[in-house]
Ligand binder design. Structure first.
Ligand code: SF4
Length: 360
């Protein structure tokens, strides 16, 4: 299979018209893997332009949504320790674990800080040398390199009061798990441009080559998503297994080698538990043994429980395309953005949150 590069030349409205009028030889089910795409597709109105023969499901590319509840419980446990600061990206703070959320813990006095970058956690460690800072290292290939760089900087600077509670995941093997599963027949994948910027397009060629499923790498602007769907839907209808790179301005064949080198220097790939999906081989990242001094679980001697998460929450089925949010009995009733039951409603990349926000 070859990686094809395309330039988007038509305007968004012309592409939109083309998509609306697209004629396909059969009905197809596509999946946008990434939560950023999920929200961008709703926000731009592109979902309303899809022809009847295209069904679009949302996938597992929302880092908060796939983080198991036991991880949140562990973060809550750490938040209860004296002289401990939990540093986290914003989405994590509202995700419910089995004993509440970090937001509730913060309201009860725990020292929880929202940060925009892992380097902010290092700045906290510098500012508060007598406190222990725990950074909640959650995210895909898009955030792992920055965390890796921060771990190295922490080690080089001799900081002993910053550790990393890792829950990093990588995309390729969850795609394999999705495509191997028999419950949802996917005819094509819309792949996330930012992940591919790091991994390179070649790392995603296995989708057409091993599974016979066409795929398109897309950016997040409306014209980029439209162009990708216009390529992907016909390929899916014709069962033409090709990987098209529609984000050629940023995604190269081999990806960001510097980011990959940072990840390789700091992380080991391990089997990892995905919320609602289970354990997927070689789909998570943990710190290498030589960086054990910065691994929160090892420093504190902790391990997370493997609880299944809130009763009635269907996040696991939603991020695998088996259900859509309105098929969850809690959607818009017991579960709303103000009172979320599961992470898919909380996260800015969550499918339930998108369906709620855009009133589907
Ligand atoms: Fe879970 Fe709420 Fe989504 Fe239902 S609507 S799947 S409870 S997040």
């Amino acid at each position: 299979m070859k990686v094809v590069k395309h330039q988007v030349r038509l305007t968004g409205s012309r592409l939109g018209e083309k998509l609306k009028k697209l004629e396909l030889s059969r009905s197809v089910t596509l999946m946008e893997v990434c939560g950023t795409h999920t929200h961008a597709l709703f926000r731009s109105g592109i979902r309303h332009l899809l022809p009847d023969r295209v069904k679009l499901l949302s996938g597992p590319g929302c880092p908060v949504c796939v983080t198991p509840p036991g991880y949140v419980d562990l973060a809550l446990q750490l938040a209860g320790y004296q002289d401990t600061i939990i540093a986290t990206f914003g989405d994590m703070i509202r995700v419910p674990g089995n004993r509440g959320s970090l937001r509730q813990a913060k309201a009860e006095g725990a020292d929880i800080r929202l940060v925009c970058s892992p380097l902010d956690a290092l700045a906290l460690a510098e500012e508060y040398p007598l406190k222990r800072v725990v950074f909640l290292a959650v995210g895909f290939e898009t955030t792992a390199p920055a965390v890796a760089a921060t771990v190295l900087r922490t080690a080089k600077g001799g900081y002993t009061n910053l550790t990393f509670l890792t829950a990093h995941k990588v995309i390729p093997n969850v795609l394999r798990a999705l495509l191997t599963g028999k419950e949802v027949a996917l005819d094509g994948l819309l792949l996330p441009g930012h992940v591919a910027t790091v991994t390179g397009a070649q790392a995603l060629k296995f989708v057409p080559e091993d599974y016979g499923v066409p795929a398109a790498i897309a950016g997040f602007e409306p014209v980029q998503m439209l162009a990708a769907l216009l390529e992907l839907a016909p390929m899916a209808a014709e069962s033409n297994p090709v990987l098209e790179n529609l984000y050629g301005e940023l995604v190269t064949a081999r990806g960001n080698l510097q980011a990959q080198a940072l990840m390789e220097q700091v992380f080991t790939t391990v089997d990892s538990t995905w919320r609602g999906i289970g354990t997927i081989p070689e789909s998570g990242l943990v710190l290498k043994p030589e960086l054990a001094d910065y691994d929160t679980r090892l420093v504190y001697g902790l391990a997370e429980n493997d609880s299944p998460g809130p009763t009635g929450c269907r996040c696991g089925e939603i991020i695998t395309g088996k259900k859509i949010p309105p098929e969850c009995s809690l959607f818009k009733t017991a579960c709303t953005p103000e009172r979320p039951v599961g992470p898919c409603m909380v996260s800015s990349e969550g499918t339930c949150g998108a369906y709620y926000k855009y009133n589907v």
